[in-house]
Design a protein around this ligand. Structure first.
Ligand code: 6R9
Length: 673
């Protein structure tokens, strides 16, 4: 049952609940929904309660109705067919309906909004921007689809996309959807090794890339990275590489395999029919880090995903026709999939795509772009806010921002200090903040305020979206009631949920449904307060969140031990003022190898090469030994405490095989205050 959102007077007193690290204080200040917002929004508090209760009481009836928000070629007669086990896990929504995602995001808008701008593109260089109408989008996507079809891309084939933030990324995604091909986007910051692994895992025979990317004035050698990645695979693993000319930089082209998009596009028309897809046909794979081993290919399908992405985009951002909406994520992450491309375009919105970074050419860039394009809704990550906060208020206040009416946050818990700054300085106190909690696996937002309905508390994602049933469980899986803290599970399916791990359904079941049988386990810790508000406290597994990017500590560890001088490595996160979490690596060297600053730099470089710059270790501590139990398990709890410089609270170390290693670790810790 959702809690009620009682009207309360704003309390100025701020009480803090200190958590482990002391950084993520919780605040119980309340920001009420203003009268304006309650009136203008799609739903007010009473409507939220009524709709939530309806969605929980009869999901079939609720989603039968809301599934109609997209156009179906064959309407569904079945709505929900899902089981979380124990035993079999199977998730199907709208299973006998047929549709096409590109049709819904493009074609169906032509009649009513062909001349409306679909995508505003803002280049890295502020002198470059473009406005692409829905009619132009249709022509681009169709042409792209024909280029792919000419290279024999067919329904069900996997296509790897490794592009910068240019409109072609959206065209390529939608072209795949048009043909029924499954795209797998790999973030442009990943290394050739990481790219190769993702191409291989899904057996993708097609790669789409650009000559170079451009970020903050610096070039990113995307095509060269693809070449390096393909050298690591079998010679005939990939049939075609389509290259977008972005910078015009010189790249090597393999004549039998590589083609420039502009050359290929000249050979085809801009008309291409949409493939009829079943609701449960795959739409995309997106790799994400888990607590163990290699990244998982999260698989999303067609109908339920689009219904959910579009519906959350409309209600959470209260998107109204004609508004300009900007999500600053990269399409390489799920936020870019659901809330730059699919959700907004399905709703016929104007979505802004930004190629650059928040600090180039100046620290005012975000707000300059807001003013340049009259952005109404702005959605970013706490790490960006924290880094901009450091430069003070002037770079913000010297811009107008009068077009802004709603702000959003995603990717990691937002600390109340950053929330307050975002609200007061960026939003001038007039813009509600939607702190949206969700995951690659969930496809769309699950816990969030709705701006006209739910009072906000800084740092809390507040209440569940329609159809979402959160549960907090203790370590034994007992469902806790009322105000409590524990692990966050979801009790029943919602249409945007991932369907499987590509090629490994058993891993899907094991990862998400075995810890607490019969429930989807999110991997996040969570507190629920007396008002029923949810406060995400961060990951409880071995996943760390660096600047909003998910990383498995196991991935960084395996990159480190792949270095010939490293014998063993253990990686933990520690609180970092800007990134949220930093990467702290404990490294044991091969015998005879001496620790040095040069070696430290070499290891940092090595990890960047293996995974990419996002995995750069912030601290490396050389350790003669790691704290292990007698059965050989590394005691990460201890390593985390030492990385946090909280070694006074190490707890019980008596089960260690060699308690003496702890003294050395403490003595040589890298985060001394
Ligand atoms: C959308 C996205 C998912 C993990 C998730 C959680 C953290 C995301 C959050 C948040 C607190 C929020 N997370 N949003 N934590 N408040 N509003 O970020 O997907 O990259 O898969 O990361 O991010 O820990 O489990 P993904």
């Amino acid at each position: 049952m959702p809690p009620t959102t009682r009207a309360r007077t704003l309390r100025i007193q701020v009480r803090r609940h200190q958590r482990d690290a002391g950084r993520d204080a919780m605040s119980d200040k309340i920001y009420e929904v203003s009268r304006d917002w309650a009136e203008r929004a799609y739903v007010d508090a009473a409507q939220y309660r009524a709709m939530y209760e309806a969605s929980a009481a009869d999901p079939e009836a609720f989603w039968a109705e809301h599934g109609k928000r997209i156009d179906w070629f064959t309407p569904y007669t079945k709505v929900k067919n899902t089981t979380f086990g124990p035993g079999d896990v199977s998730i199907k929504w709208f299973e006998d309906g047929t549709t096409n995602v590109a049709y819904n995001c493009v074609d169906r808008h032509l009649e009513t909004r062909g001349d409306q701008v679909a995508i505003i593109w803002e280049g890295d260089d502020p002198s470059e921007s473009k406005r692409i109408t829905y009619r132009e989008l249709h022509a681009h996507v169709s042409r792209w689809a024909n280029v792919l079809r000419n290279r024999n891309v067919q329904k069900g084939d996997r296509v790897t996309i490794y592009l910068p933030m240019i409109p072609e990324a959206a065209y390529a995604m939608l072209a795949c959807a048009r043909l029924g091909a499954i795209h797998s986007i790999v973030f442009g910051g990943f290394s050739p090794d990481a790219l190769a692994g993702r191409i291989e895992d899904c057996g993708s025979r097609f790669v789409i890339t650009a000559d170079e990317g451009l970020r903050g004035g610096r070039k990113v050698p995307l095509k060269a990275n693809v070449d390096a990645a393909l050298k690591r695979l079998a010679a005939d693993a990939v049939d075609h590489v389509v290259v977008v000319e972005r910078t015009g930089g010189k790249v090597e082209m393999d004549p039998g395999r590589d083609v420039y998009y502009h050359a290929a596009a000249e050979m085809v028309t801009d008309e291409c029919p949409c493939e009829e897809m079943n609701a449960e046909d795959p739409l995309f794979i997106l790799y994400t880090s888990g607590s163990t081993g290699k990244p998982k290919g999260v698989l999303h399908t067609t109908g339920g995903y689009l219904v959910y992405a579009a519906m959350t985009h409309q209600y959470v951002f209260d998107y109204k026709d004609g508004e300009v909406y900007w999500c600053t994520a990269d399409v390489g992450w799920v936020t870019g999939h659901s809330y730059i491309v699919y959700g907004p375009l399905a709703n016929g919105a104007t979505t802004l795509m930004f190629e650059g970074v928040p600090t180039y050419p100046s620290i005012s860039r975000f707000w300059d772009v807001v003013d340049k394009h009259d952005v109404n809704i702005f959605y970013t990550a706490p790490t960006a806010i924290r880094s901009l906060m450091g430069a003070g208020e002037e770079p913000v206040t010297k811009t107008s921002r009068k077009s802004l009416r709603l702000l959003g946050s995603v990717g990691e818990p937002i600390n109340p200090e950053a929330w307050e700054w975002y609200h007061r300085v960026v939003g001038e106190g007039r813009c509600p903040i939607v702190d949206t909690w969700w995951q690659t696996e969930t496809g769309g937002i699950l816990i969030t305020p709705l701006p006209g309905a739910i009072a906000q508390k800084p740092g809390s994602a507040t209440l569940p979206f329609f159809g979402v049933k959160p549960e907090i469980v203790d370590a034994e899986g007992k469902v806790l009631e009322g105000a409590c803290e524990g692990n966050l599970c979801i009790a029943d399916s919602w249409p945007g949920q991932m369907r499987t791990v590509y090629g490994d359904h058993e891993r899907f079941v094991q990862t998400y449904f075995s810890t607490y049988p019969g429930k989807y386990f999110t991997g996040d810790g969570c507190r629920r307060d007396a008002d029923g508000y949810y406060w995400i406290t961060g990951r409880v597994d071995d996943v760390i969140n660096v600047s909003g990017h998910r990383m498995g500590t196991a991935e960084v560890e395996s990159a480190l031990v792949a270095h010939p001088k490293v014998s063993e490595a253990a990686v933990v996160g520690y609180p970092h003022d800007i990134k949220g979490q930093g990467i702290y690596a404990y490294v044991t060297l091969m015998s005879g190898i001496e620790p040095s600053d040069e070696l430290r730099a070499e290891l940092v470089k090595h990890v960047r090469q293996e995974i990419g710059p996002i995995a750069t270790p912030d601290k490396i501590q050389f350790a003669p030994g790691l704290p292990k139990t007698r059965s050989g398990k590394i005691m990460r709890r201890i390593l985390r405490k030492i990385a946090e410089d909280e070694f006074g609270a190490l707890g019980d170390t008596s089960t260690l095989a060699d308690p003496a290693v702890v003294d050395d670790l403490i003595e040589h810790r890298q985060n001394k205050r």
